[in-house]
Write a protein that binds this ligand. Sequence first.
Ligand SMILES: C[S@@+](CC[C@H](N)C(=O)[O-])C[C@H]1O[C@@H](n2cnc3c(N)ncnc32)[C@H](O)[C@@H]1O
Length: 235
Amino acid sequence: MTNITATSKVFGRRKGKRLSSRQKENIKIHLSKYSVFKSCAEGSYKLQKVDLTNLFGNLKDYELEIGFGMGDHLFQKALVQTTTGFLGCEVFENGVASLLTRIRNKKLKNVFIHPGNCVDLLDNLRGAKLSAIHLLFPDPWPKNKHHKRRFFTTENIDKMCYALKKGGSIFVATDIEEYAGQISSSMEKRTDFKAENYLIKEFKSPLGSKFKTKFERKAYALNRVPKYMVFKRVA
Ligand SMILES: C[S@@+](CC[C@H](N)C(=O)[O-])C[C@H]1O[C@@H](n2cnc3c(N)ncnc32)[C@H](O)[C@@H]1O
């Protein structure tokens, strides 16, 4: 079934620094080639169940990054893991433009983007059998009154569970201790996920422990040591 959305609620910034004319042109002409869904109007997509084989051809594995920011992690992973298909989701236009430029420059064929709300993508990935979902420094919404905007709700964890294969994992990093605690306790209550012990080196494999995303660099600059957590789907 096909439906169209322009209304799903997203908190946070969609636009930042003004895009250069080349970035605007890039988005206008080339984004559709890398889009998971067809766009029907500004900010609206024809949502439908994602057929990964149709999108990528026959790749070995599939991974998703939610909120890829400027695309550092997704781009590097896609360069190295050439037999893995990567889906990336980001609402921030400048981030989408940055990733698009890089995947075009390197002519990568194993990346598709949803430049919209990750919930719309997750809803259409049920049964997709992803091997990993990455959430690197999800917005922490530090004020108590904004905690309900955080991504890690029971509903969204369920959606990730349905998109992962059994044995697939959620990789999440945050530098906000209280948010890390909330994520751990939400995940520990579940019987379909098991917390795994990973070293940073393993968490970041194959990029190496020196690799850092933009928000990770910000965290270290503020002397906040992030917490890296992995939850494996076991049922
Ligand atoms: C704190 S930033 C982290 C960016 C990047 N992962 C990093 O580590 O540098 C969180 C990102 O999640 C994105 N985001 C927030 N809500 C989202 C949603 N509903 N769907 C897709 N992306 C979202 C934001 O636009 C932002 O770029």
